[in-house]
Design a protein around this ligand. Sequence first.
Ligand SMILES: [Ca+2]
Length: 351
Amino acid sequence: MIRLMTCLALALAVGAGLPDARAQNASTAGTIVPAAPITFTAFMQTLAQRARAEGVSDATIHAVIDGLTYDPDVVHHDRAQPGVSPAYAPRFEPYRRTHVDAGRIARGRAIYAASGPLIAGIEARYGVPGPIVLAIWGHETNFGSFTGNYDLPRAIASLAFEGRRRTLFSGEFIALLKMIDRGVPRAKLQGSWAGAFGNPQFLPSVYLRVAQDADGDGLADIWTNRADTLASIANYFRDAGWRRGEPWGIGVTIPAGFDRTAMANRLVSPRCPQVFMRHSRWRTIAEWRAAGILPAHAAWPDDRMQATLFEPDGPGHPAWLLTGNYRVILDYNCSNYYALSVGLLADEIHH
Ligand SMILES: [Ca+2]
């Protein structure tokens, strides 16, 4: 899923009647929300109006919005999301054990072996390695084992109405209506409480932007069709800047006495700062070699490639040099452990 880990959960009163105090707070923060309380039904009419202005058909608008109700369960989940604390960094190793596990590796390898021509075609067309695409599928839904059973229009409308991320989810609701206009059957629109759906857990706007109809039957079916699913993930990666033929990263060993302070990154990223602050500054592979770093298993990539050093569990534990392609995995889901574990699962599938 393209998880939208916005940071600080606001301390808000619970209740389905909503907006007032929250709308005021959001207004002062510059978010576009109505100043006065508004009912769910009235709010849906504002979305209907916007959808109509953006060219969504009346038939779709009525079919989805008429009778749609607010789902307090979705908002309950949203509020239970943990905030991100810079001081709290759990260890990577337990995460790796549960995400790069024997079951996922075996299933990934089996699909890889059984889908040779399909994966070769996708690699040629999009320039993204099949194992990376499979590792995303494995992480998002365990290869389609769990894709979510919330009704998407209801979940997304409820998140939009609730107001914490109203601008985001209002846009996603309109995108969802456009999906129906584009021919996606209403019955397909099931997903997570957070509005992500299908094998790759896309949000509606992502579906509209990158989903692919690889088998040519007229529907980009990321729910049940393997070719469409894999091509859609690969297209996401190509779109996000994956560089053909380059690795995501490489496991390395660090020499005794290595000066980590000299390599510390002092830039603060505007996007996902807590994720990027854990990486060193960028150096070429040649520079890392010159500093005495050695590959742990694989051969060195091209000397001119840029990479950052990441030691998730600190000195004396496994270390990786991460390339620009690692940043593309972070674009899919901005979490170091997710991205590292996707890369490591891909390596296992490729073996
Ligand atoms: Ca298709």
